[in-house]
Design a binder for this molecule. Structure first.
Ligand SMILES: [Zn+2]
Length: 152
């Protein structure tokens, strides 16, 4: 039986958590400028699970209260409820939640730093904002941290 992957909406206090969930491959909106009511409406409309630090918003159906102050404890709080795991094929743009698409190496020239181009053959870009990605030291550091949390 396959369980449908949850989609999230994170409130304005949880911008870092939203980025990390995107890097795990979860479609996560970041409600930077929305009030509680708008977040609840958008969550219902798009079938998103609310992640919040706000008690009133946490009382919404399907919402999760995220109390931790650091990213490790926040990820653990979401993991307890949703059993998170890295899906490398579904990683989303950490900046905007856009889908990543292949970026051919010849097109990466001039887009990514020279060192990254010399050391990598595989690149991606965000279909929405164009941000380029590759498995450099930053990426490896992220994966290392996810492994330590038993999420990867
Ligand atoms: Zn993007």
């Amino acid at each position: 039986m396959t369980v449908e992957k949850p989609r999230f909406i994170a409130d304005s206090m949880l911008g870092s958590l939203a980025k990390w969930l995107r890097m795990l491959g979860y479609d996560t909106e970041y409600a930077r400028d929305l009030d509680d009511d708008s977040i609840a409406k958008l969550a219902a409309k798009e079938g998103r699970h609310i992640l919040t630090r706000d008690r009133a918003l946490a009382s919404q159906p399907g919402a999760t209260m995220v109390e931790g102050d650091n990213i490790d404890s926040q990820l653990r709080a979401v993991n307890v409820r949703y059993s998170l795991s890295l899906d490398e094929g579904a990683i989303r743009c950490s900046a905007c939640n856009g889908a990543l698409v292949d970026l051919p190496k010849e097109e990466a020239t001039g887009v990514v730093p020279k060192g990254a181009l010399e050391n990598n053959d595989t690149f991606w870009k965000c279909a929405a904002c164009g941000k380029a990605y590759w498995k450099g030291t930053h990426w490896l550091g992220i994966m290392d941290r996810l492994r330590k949390l038993n999420l990867a």
